[in-house]
Write a protein that binds this ligand. Structure first.
Ligand SMILES: Cc1cc2nc3c(=O)[nH]c(=O)nc-3n(C[C@H](O)[C@H](O)[C@H](O)COP(=O)(O)O)c2cc1C
Length: 213
């Protein structure tokens, strides 16, 4: 009987990054981040919450199916990703690699991050795959970036942000600067996406770094 290989297939892409879109305003940040990671030749593992689908439908012209396989096809089509570069996982897909420390990538970004998901991550709720993947990132001491969007902030939000920061997560509020003299919404979106890529250590040309001409 032929022996089955237990070796993992070698990916033609750079290390995967998990990107979760949740139901905060600012769906464009997450969609642009996926595009930027694809352009940087990284594999992108995507999860989109139910509320995020509603926000995407409200804020953008982008039509994204809910079923993970169809969602991956749609994201590949809009980002120009190569076959296999984008994988999507469903809300309760507990067999997905992101659900375990042995399979999860070294970096996860929740973008945008709702206060609901912030709270779930801060308390370790793990009630859906996004929350579980973030819990895994924390327990494994991996990189976790939360792109929160809410204003004003309550003491509950601030306490959760402080606790997560103390645990090693990076809270990166979706608060674009204006010193690059943005003239379009894309400029504002790119400001935040550039900051996320800086955190991940991924080279980009979205906007110059401070001090660069
Ligand atoms: C159009 C729209 C905009 C929203 N904007 C925000 C927001 O900016 N920040 C936030 O924390 N929640 C916002 N919400 C509420 C969240 O979607 C809601 O709390 C949801 O339960 C979050 O679920 P999730 O974290 O699983 O995606 C918004 C909802 C909708 C429909």
């Amino acid at each position: 009987m032929a022996e089955r290989s237990r070796e993992r297939p070698v990916s033609p892409f750079g290390p995967p990054v998990t990107v979760a879109l949740t139901g905060a305003s600012g769906a464009q940040y997450g969609l642009r981040l996926i595009e930027a990671l694809v352009a940087a030749d990284r594999e992108v593992w995507v999860m989109i919450s139910k509320a995020a689908h509603l926000v995407i439908a409200t804020e953008t012209d982008v039509e994204l199916p809910a079923r993970p396989e169809r969602l991956a096809e749609a994201l590949v089509a809009r980002s120009g990703a190569r076959p296999g570069q984008i994988r999507c996982f469903g809300r309760e897909d507990w067999m997905a690699p992101v659900a375990s420390g042995s399979g999860a990538p070294s970096s996860m970004v929740i973008c945008p991050c709702s206060t609901g998901t912030l709270s779930a991550v801060a308390t370790g709720a793990s009630n859906n795959l996004i929350e579980r993947a973030a819990d895994v990132a924390l327990k494994e001491r991996r990189q976790l970036v939360l792109v929160l969007r809410e204003t004003p902030l309550s003491a509950i939000h601030l306490e959760h942000m402080l606790n997560l920061t103390r645990l090693g997560a990076v809270v990166l509020p979706a608060a674009p600067g204006f010193y690059h003299q943005p003239s379009t919404i894309d400029d504002l979106v790119d400001f935040i996406v550039a900051r996320i890529l800086n955190q991940l250590g991924i080279e980009h040309r979205l906007m110059p770094r401070w001090g660069e001409p």
